[in-house]
Design a protein around this ligand. Structure first.
Ligand code: SAM
Ligand code: SF4
Length: 331
């Protein structure tokens, strides 16, 4: 089997696929209050196109897919797409990132389809604060999803974007959740992907500051060995059932072992979160490309994967400053 390998010897094995640019929430760090300009439905990849792209990539060594968005569960028939995708025997893992507000009723189906991991985004454990951050009053639904997932066969990770002054007083509450719950909390450095650009912040809560804050609270924070391409550096508190990790998304210290590519909901191929997109796969398919054409394309464009996120950002031509919403990129 031919493998996707970039010019730095990194093997690409993980696809992040955004299934929609639409979302039912309006998280402050992701988009403005009025939302973002969504594209016409016809511009979105169809599920058939997504299945085909994934199949071709899996024949080139991609064995994990993360489905994200926007909010994947707002797309009609997303559960049927999961069913379709589960027929791809070359995939070892299908994972989902979701805000969890709409998924309680789907959990048994996700278990039946052997979804490996759900990353549930929850930025506050306080109902009022959650509503302030997400601009929607759905904390109860999201927390219900958390509890159902924790009891299910699906591995549960919580994503919390660390936002200076908005939820930094809750970091320890999140870790305390891992005392009796077998889940992994992951604190994500905030990036300027919010539809506007860098937000005014009192303090910069980067990896070091987050870890220092946690170390000051606990006597023993134990590092855990993570797998090579892990996006997070992971730890646990002695005696706690779960664990926590920090994702240096903005300080970008994890690029050396990156095994990821992204495809946005409109079919834009991205080698790096910080690049502007290198090729539109949707147009290529709609202009009649064969699977062999697609393979040749993927093998050649991963060669352009920049060494790290700083190089990707410096290479941007159209919009020099990072400001697009994470909801259109697929987080
Ligand atoms: N709607 C789903 C959700 O919220 O989980 C999936 C899409 S969302 C864009 C994927 C992840 O990106 C979420 O965990 C979210 O918290 C994270 N994210 C969004 N904007 C971000 C930003 N500006 N900086 C860091 N992470 C961000
Ligand atoms: Fe929607 Fe997820 Fe962005 Fe929040 S982070 S606005 S839930 S896409």
């Amino acid at each position: 089997m031919e493998h996707l390998t970039d010019n730095f010897g990194r093997q690409i094995s993980y696809l992040r696929l955004a299934v929609t640019d639409r979302c039912n929430l309006r998280c402050q760090y992701c988009m403005p209050a009025h939302g973002i300009a969504i594209v016409d439905r016809k511009e979105l990849l169809t599920f058939k196109e997504m299945y085909r792209i994934t199949r071709v990539l899996s024949e080139l060594g991609v064995n994990k897919v993360r489905l994200t968005g926007g909010e994947p569960f707002v797309r009609k028939d997303f559960d049927k797409f999961l069913e379709m995708l589960s027929f791809n025997d070359l995939l070892d893992e299908i994972n989902i990132t979701t805000n969890g507000a709409l998924i309680a009723k789907h959990i048994s189906k996700l278990e039946a389809l052997k979804i490996n991991t759900v990353n549930l985004s929850i930025d506050s454990l306080n109902k009022e604060n959650f509503a302030k951050i997400t601009r929607r009053d759905v904390f109860d639904e999201v927390y219900k999803t958390l509890e159902l997932l924790e009891k299910s066969s699906i591995e549960l990770k919580l994503n919390a974007v660390v936002q200076s002054g908005a939820n930094t007083h809750e970091l320890i509450d999140f870790i305390e959740l891992t005392k009796h719950k077998k889940l992994a909390v992951r604190f994500i450095e905030e990036m300027p992907f919010n539809g506007i650009g860098q937000r005014e912040m009192k303090d910069t809560w980067n990896y070091d500051k987050i870890l220092k804050h946690i170390n000051a609270h606990y006597e023993q924070v134990i590092p855990i060995q993570s797998h090579k391409s892990s996006t997070s550096k992971n730890f646990k508190i002695q005696g706690y059932q779960g664990s926590f990790g920090i994702i240096p998304a903005f300080t970008r210290t994890i690029c050396n072992d990156c095994n990821r590519i992204r495809i946005t909901a409109t079919g834009l191929f991205k080698n790096c979160l910080f690049d502007e997109g290198v090729f539109n796969v949707r147009d290529f398919i709609r202009n009649g490309a064969s699977n062999d054409d697609l393979k040749a394309l993927f093998l050649s464009i991963v060669k352009e994967k920049p060494q790290n996120g700083f190089v990707a950002e410096a290479n941007r031509k159209r919009n020099k400053t990072v400001s697009e919403s994470m909801s259109t990129i697929g987080g």
